[in-house]
Design a protein around this ligand. Sequence first.
Ligand code: F6R
Length: 242
Amino acid sequence: MRIIIGKDYDDMSRKAANIISAMVILKPDAVLGLATGTSPLGLYKQLIKWYEKKDIDFSAVRSVNLDEYVGLSKTHVQSYFHFMHEMFFNHINIALENCHLPNGMASDIDAECRRYDTLISSLGGIDLQLLGIGQNGHIGFNEPEENFEQMTHLAHLTQSTITANSRLFDDISDVPTTALSMGIKAIMQAKMIVLVASGKNKAQIIKQSFFGAVTPKVPASILQMHNNVILVVDEDAAGDLR
Ligand code: F6R
């Protein structure tokens, strides 16, 4: 594992964006596994800037997102489909038909999960998977105590994740309680993983995940077993590592 420490959120975002940019330059049709949330927002903004300066070309890139809430339509402002289009896809030259997310409105959830796994394999697997991390160590919506063997599946959000995500909804009762998520097994099959985290509230879980026991109680701890992980954090999130 490599650890890259940025001064602050912007510096962390630039460093992570550089890694993604290098991937796209080296492999113009790379399959990028993408995440939503606050952590990757800055790096998406940076990539958009470099695209506008004609430094990066996304025209052949394919993308697969980690997760999507169950029951939110694509037009719902809190759906991950909406987030990705608003925050990234609509501002670069990626072909929208090459941008994939699980469909949280599918009537047959099991079939949708299998479709998503088959799609990822048919693209040749994920070249670079971007991850954030929850304060309880979740990656995607793989919550503590789920097993490490799952591919895409229906995930039940824990109360702490519902509470954390409620900041983006009018009321906590509006936060969906289930989501479709790539499983740990699917994430571990990515050829490279870049996990971004910032802020003091992530310091403890970063230490526990990368320097503690590998256990389903801390889902991100499994990343210690991956042979190509880059942790990009700001000084606050790295605070407990020294
Ligand atoms: C988002 C996702 C989640 C977030 C995590 C951290 O697609 O899968 O695991 O990465 O909840 O969220 P932020 O970055 O908002 O702290």
